[in-house]
Design a protein around this ligand. Structure first.
Ligand SMILES: [Zn+2]
Length: 282
């Protein structure tokens, strides 16, 4: 551990069936990582071509199993974040002959199933969003409708919703949609964020420039790697040791308050988790 501190990666993937899996968790723990939010991989990466909401279950259940195993390697804890990757809509419409409304219905059904796992306490939060690339207006509208369904479920369950979305530093409109649905904007997290963001809480990619911006800004933020645990894309994202290493770097540079913000205060505010109480200190 790093001075008995909780150190949390807010968004990564683990795929023991294809790549490093629990070894990546051990790497994270060895350099001081203590808490993980593990997001299910996109369903089609696991060979699942969903036709109904229930078809997402194996993806969610595998993620829950992996998280149990991950938690046993950590001095803190790990939690699953479950949902439907927004890129699925392109796959459905372009490759599988769905029209945007059919794709919307299937993806909303997947969100509803993910919400069942939150309701039963097996998952911590939901994952949704919209494509980060240019799409047709009807696909965009369908994607926004899926995201709004996730906000409705999040509001009912009082749980956070992580978003995968376009690069932006102002998503107040989206945060307003959440608020309209009854989900406070502090329960909405934009994953893969830069160091500043209006609207949702930024889950900041753990590179030094972005972190310095977030730390100096002084607003709530989280830290993540988006590690994808994919042997075919080794350099696509940051490795599992990155968040603990960047915590050390922040502390060496006097950003003590920011480290507490990202690993204690913001996790409490967003997810209602207590990263300090869940830490086994010897
Ligand atoms: Zn991801």
């Amino acid at each position: 551990m790093i001075d008995d501190r909780p150190v949390m990666d807010d968004h990564l993937h683990l795929d023991p069936d294809a790549h490093r899996g629990i070894d990546a968790v051990r790497d994270f723990a060895r350099v001081g990582g203590t808490h993980l939010l593990v997001v299910n991989k996109p369903s089609w990466h696991l060979g699942v071509e969903a036709e109904t909401g229930a078809d997402f279950r194996p993806v969610f259940e595998r993620t829950i199993e992996i998280v149990d195993e991950a938690a046993s390697e950590l001095e803190g804890n790990a939690w699953p974040v479950l949902g439907v990757h927004p890129g699925l809509i392109t796959r459905l419409v372009d490759d599988r002959g769905f029209d945007p409304e059919e794709a919307r219905d299937l993806m909303q059904a997947g969100i509803d199933v993910a919400a069942e796992y939150v309701d039963s306490g097996e998952a911590l939060a939901l994952k949704s969003g919209r494509p980060h690339y240019e799409v047709d207006d009807d696909v965009w509208a369908a994607s926004n409708a899926v995201m709004r369904r996730a906000f409705e479920r999040g509001a009912e369950l009082d749980c956070a919703v992580q978003l995968h979305a376009e690069a932006s530093e102002d998503m107040t409109e989206v945060a307003d949609w959440a608020t309209d649905a009854g989900l406070p904007s502090h329960r909405v997290v934009k994953h893969y964020a830069s160091g500043r963001l209006e609207g949702p809480i930024p889950s900041v990619m753990a590179d030094k420039d972005r972190l310095q911006t977030a730390a100096e800004r002084g607003e709530p933020f989280l830290m993540e790697t988006d590690y994808i645990d994919d042997p075919d894309r080794p350099g696509a994202v940051l490795g599992p040791k990155t968040v603990p290493r960047r915590v050390r770097w922040l502390l060496e540079n006097g950003f003590e308050e920011a480290v507490r913000m990202a690993h204690v205060e913001t996790p409490k505010q967003v997810y209602s988790i207590d990263t300090e109480a869940t830490l086994e200190r010897d």
